[in-house]
Each structure stands twice: as C-alpha cells, then as structure tokens.
Design a protein around this ligand. Structure first.
Ligand code: KDG
Length: 311
C-alpha cells in the first residue's frame, strides 16, 4: 500500500560545471531531474511510501534513472522500459547570483511521452492514499494527457486526495490559451492546487492571490496554495486564508526544484493532518532546503534534517 503515487517524466540532467553558453561548456555533472520524481524522492526521504509510474528508454540513462530513484526508496516497479524510444535529457546552466539558470531539453518523442493508459494499473493506483500530478506530465503528448485525466478521474471516484502543481512549461504547448485551458481542466479535478503566483496569473487571468484562489475554489478545488517566492505562500480554502512567511536562506544557489520541495512539505503535512498554516510552513521550509544546492532534488531533507530545521 502506497501513501502517494505519482507519474511523469524523469530526465538525465547535465548541469554545467562552468558558466557560459552550453555550446562552450565542456564539463557537466550528471544528475537527476523531473518534477514528479523530485516530489517522490522528497516524500520518501520523509518516510512516506511512494510509487512513481513512467516509461524510460532501453538505454543507459533509463537504467540510471531507475537506479537513482529506487535508491531513494521510491517504488519503481511500475516503470516500464520502452523498446523504441529514448530517455529524455536536460541541460542546465551553472546559475549565477541566485538567478534562474538557462535550461535546454531533449525530450520530444521520449519514452516517457509514450506513457499511455495501458500503463495504468488500477490495483497500484487504487492502493495509494494520494495522487500527486503536475502539468508537465500531462503536456508531453496526447497519450500522457489521456493518462492524466484517467488517473484523476479514477482517484476521484475512489475518494482519494489529489494534488496538482501546474508547473507551466510553455514550450510544450501550442499556445498560452491552450495551456491554460487544458491545465485548468485538470486542476478542477484536483483537491489541492499549488501554482506559483505568475503561473496563477496566466492560468486564471487574475492578478491577486485571493482572486486566483477563488477561481479554483468556485470550481470545486478544496485548497489553493500559491507560492510567493521569498515572501512565502498564500493559502485559501472555504473557511480560511492566510500568508505564511518565507524562510530566509544564507545563499540562493539554484532556484530549480523549490516548487517541488514546497509540494513535498504541503502534501506530507496535509497527509499527516497538520493545520494548513503548518503544512504551508513545512512547504516553505523544504523549498528553502531545495534552493541551497545545485541539483534539483539533492537538497531535499530527511525527516531528521527537517525536524532539526523546524526546532
Ligand atoms: O521542477 C523541476 C523540474 O523543472 C526539473 O527537475 C525538470 O521536469 C522537469 C522539467 O520539465 O523542467
């Protein structure tokens, strides 16, 4: 029995060791990327039972990804090896002065973008308490979009909780309008929606956190939690709202992965029946862990590290 099940694409990530254009960088360090695997790993480090469903290529990066994710205690028994298509790759620049690093993808037509409903195991999903999903997994292809709707409908019908992080990747969409419409269709099926403020603006057309939250609450979402970067996060539900201040860090090394760390805190907190402000605080705290390292998920804390930081 799993606490949390998630699905989506993991990528072999090459982080530049030198500042500069990718065309000039000679040395890269290989790491792991993927919004859903970041969340899965973060939850597993806190002791939750987590399963990740995907496809990888029949290649060395596919083997690397499965090994690395399994090493973290995440169940990969439902990751299929695709005979035809390759595992995706991502390049990430060396971040300068805490700015967002440049990234480049090699993912079109990847193995994970061929995830389809034949990969959906009802017993596996039905055995989990909670589904975490993101807009990236849905955006990869028509079959992953169908998988997303199927997964959300299936879990909803069984009374499971569902979290949705829109994780906007405009380059995966034909237009901003289509992206907003398609991602909102998924968001409306979720219980907890976690956009960043700029994402919320794009998805709803509203600029204030309160109005962005109202847009989703009116359509059946139960908790809207909006990430405000260094200012923390705003949450709203039918009876309560508030801002939970951000956690100061000594040095921002690389912001990628902050949102995934935030999701780890909120999801684990709500599954452990923390109050909303406490769960959001945990989200802020784990987001702060994530931005102090170069990799996307290496900074995510164990339960002991989280407890020490919360003391
Ligand atoms: O959320 C962090 C992700 O952006 C990164 O790990 C890779 O899944 C990824 C993506 O599509 O950017």
């Amino acid at each position: 029995q799993l606490d949390v099940v998630t699905y989506g694409e993991a990528l072999a990530l090459f982080v530049a060791d030198e500042v500069g254009d990718f065309a000039d960088v000679e040395k890269y360090t290989r790491r792991l990327a993927g919004a859903e695997t970041n969340v899965a790993i973060g939850l597993a480090r806190l002791g939750l039972k987590v399963g990740w469903v995907s496809r990888v290529g029949n290649d060395s990066f596919g083997r690397f990804i499965c090994k690395r994710v399994a090493q973290e205690g995440v169940d990969v028994s439902h990751v299929a090896t695709d005979k035809e298509f390759r595992t995706a790759i991502q390049l990430k620049a060396k971040a300068v002065d805490g700015g967002d690093p440049a990234i480049e993808y090699y993912r079109k037509g990847s193995a994970a973008s061929h995830l389809s409903q034949v990969d959906f195991d009802e017993a596996y999903f039905g055995g989990a308490r909670h589904l975490h999903t993101t807009g990236i997994a849905a955006a990869l292809s028509p079959t992953t979009m169908a998988f997303a709707h199927h997964a959300l409908d299936f879990m909803r019908a069984r009374g499971k909780t569902i979290s949705f992080d829109p994780n906007l990747r405009p380059m995966l969409w034909p237009s901003q309008e289509v992206m907003a419409q398609k991602l909102n269709e998924l968001a409306f099926k979720a219980d907890w929606v976690l956009p960043g403020l700029s994402e919320g603006k794009i998805l709803t057309g509203h600029s204030e956190p309160r109005d962005i939250a109202a847009f989703y609450l009116e359509r059946g979402v139960k908790q809207v939690i909006i990430k405000l970067g260094a200012d923390g996060a705003y949450f709203r539900n039918a009876s309560d709202e508030g801002i939970v201040a951000g956690v100061a860090v000594k040095e921002v090394v690389d912001t990628v992965g902050a949102g995934d760390g935030f999701a780890v805190g909120v999801i684990s907190g709500l599954l452990e029946a923390l109050s909303m402000p406490e769960a959001v605080m945990r989200g802020n705290r784990i987001g702060a862990f994530a931005i102090q390292v170069v990799g996307d998920m290496e900074g995510l804390p164990t339960r002991a590290q989280l407890d020490a930081a919360s003391a």
